[in-house]
Design a protein around this ligand. Structure first.
Ligand code: ITT
Length: 205
């Protein structure tokens, strides 16, 4: 039987980043569009973990396919962790260029440019009764000026990664994935899958 996973996200950039690595384990990596489903809940949680569970649970209630939810965002120390869980809702309906430039304005005159990205994943395989969460984090700083970037999405043009030694917007997705919050969370998830589905008593769907 084909091993499938459904990504509970309407953000195609997240799908693009995770797909290749998830194909190491799964035969099919589906997005909501592929199965004609949508997320119909508000993100009412107060943490990335809570919100990723809210999204995964909503989608899992509508399908038997194992589901993976992703809640993520950028936390800036000098702004007391903002935009944080509100990263998508910050200046909602504005472009990411505008959002990035507004953050740079808020950071004008601030010496502390430290920031981090966090990605919380929630996996729910309801047929096998498995629910598990993973968190990946990466540290960096917010650069001084906005630059147009060839790669990435969201806040990538203004985030310099200490591990990648570059701005995420300047590096291809495979390179970013080695160091990113999402890459780290997906690696933990893949290790978990190898262990848990290896035991004969769990069906490899
Ligand atoms: P779903 O809820 O449907 O998954 P979303 O885009 O609304 O899609 P979030 O609520 O998790 O997802 O919001 C995440 C925000 O943080 C969003 O604005 C992204 O642009 C930003 N973000 C998350 N990961 C990022 C990354 O790797 N690089 C740049 N920005 C990122």
């Amino acid at each position: 039987m084909k091993k499938q996973i459904l990504l509970a996200t309407s953000n195609q950039n997240k799908v693009r980043e995770m797909k290749d690595d998830l194909l190491i384990f799964f035969d099919d990596v589906l997005s909501l569009k592929d199965v004609n489903l949508t997320i119909d809940v508000e993100e009412t949680g107060t943490t990335f973990l809570e919100n990723s569970k809210i999204k995964a649970s909503d989608v899992s209630s509508k399908t038997n396919i194992p589901v993976l939810g992703d809640d993520s965002g950028l936390e800036i120390d000098a702004l007391d962790g903002r935009p944080g869980i509100y990263s998508a809702r910050f200046l909602q309906n504005e472009s990411y260029e505008t959002k990035c430039k507004e953050l740079l304005k808020l950071l004008k005159d601030k010496d502390n440019r430290e920031a981090s990205f966090t990605c919380a994943l929630t996996y729910i395989d309801k047929i096998n009764g498995i629910e598990k969460q993973f968190v990946g984090k990466c540290n960096g700083r917010i650069i001084d000026a906005y630059q147009d970037c060839k790669y990435g999405f969201g806040y990538d043009p203004i985030f310099y990664s200490y591990e990648a030694h570059d701005v995420f917007g300047n590096i291809p997705k495979e390179e970013k994935f080695k160091y990113s919050h999402r890459g780290k969370a997906v690696k933990m998830f893949l290790n978990f899958l190898k262990e848990v589905y290896h035991e004969g008593n769990i069906r490899n769907r």
